[in-house]
Design a protein around this ligand. Structure first.
Ligand SMILES: [Zn+2]
Length: 241
């Protein structure tokens, strides 16, 4: 008699686990739907891309400006040393002096060219930075608008995520209360039966397939006598409730 009692209790535990699993599955599915519904709209995505493109462009011009500064500094050094040689009095050969002079002028032209490029890059950075600020503002407004429209969904998602974690804990506790053998049978059946391994008998019918449960099976469900009551129609474990 003690064993029978334990079996009845185990079916009840299994049925509890089933309820948790069904709710958990529903929550999981709804979270998946919400994830799809929360996809950003085209306008918002395009604006986000625009901001990223502007940021990349600024980065590029900033690098050009830095390069121009470095090159200008290096040219300044070469100009100074050429000037030193010209003025130092060591070089007296007119041809050589002429060549040094030409060299100096070429370096100076080069430096003013590079400096012009640096200024151009700097202006571009300033212009783009102002544009970026504007674009970021638009992006922020679009995000706020989008979020406001999605608020109901986001709130639901937050609640469901919390419920998901609670159900996960509940599931672990519920599964731990079952014997290993029962848990295995439950999992095996659940996989084969569309996620439902245990069905309650409701008004003499199987709660899952809604076929009338023979009286003999129903009495086994009420008093398992060492055997589990199985629905002859769908093969699920029956719980007398
Ligand atoms: Zn059935």
């Amino acid at each position: 008699m003690k064993e029978e009692g334990e079996l009845v209790a185990d079916v009840a535990k299994m049925y509890e686990l089933q309820k948790v699993d069904l709710t958990w599955e529903k929550v999981r599915r709804r979270l998946g739907q919400i994830k799809l519904l929360l996809v950003e709209n085209d306008e918002l995505r395009a604006q986000r891309q625009q901001v990223a493109a502007s940021e990349a462009e600024i980065h590029e011009w900033h690098a050009q400006q830095t390069n121009a500064e470095l090159e200008s500094a290096s040219l300044a050094g070469r100009i100074a040393s050429t000037q030193q040689r010209l003025m130092g009095g060591e070089v007296r050969n007119p041809k050589e002096l002429e060549s040094l002079q030409a060299n100096l002028e070429a370096l100076q032209r080069q430096r003013s060219l590079v400096e012009g490029q640096g200024v151009e890059a700097l202006l571009k950075v300033e212009e783009l930075t102002a544009r970026l600020a504007q674009e970021q503002l638009v992006l922020q407004q679009l995000e706020e608008k989008w979020l406001a429209g999605q608020k109901v969904l986001i709130d639901e998602e937050t609640k469901l995520k919390r419920a998901y974690m609670q159900l996960k804990k509940q599931r672990e506790a519920s599964a731990a209360s079952l014997s290993e053998d029962f848990l295995k049978r439950y999992e095996h059946l659940r996989q084969r039966k569309g996620g439902v391994a245990v069905a309650a008998i409701q008004q003499s019918m199987c709660g899952a397939c809604h076929v009338q449960v023979p009286t003999g099976v129903a009495s086994t469900a009420r008093n398992p006598e060492g055997n589990l009551a199985i629905c002859p129609s769908c093969g699920r474990i029956l719980f007398a409730g």
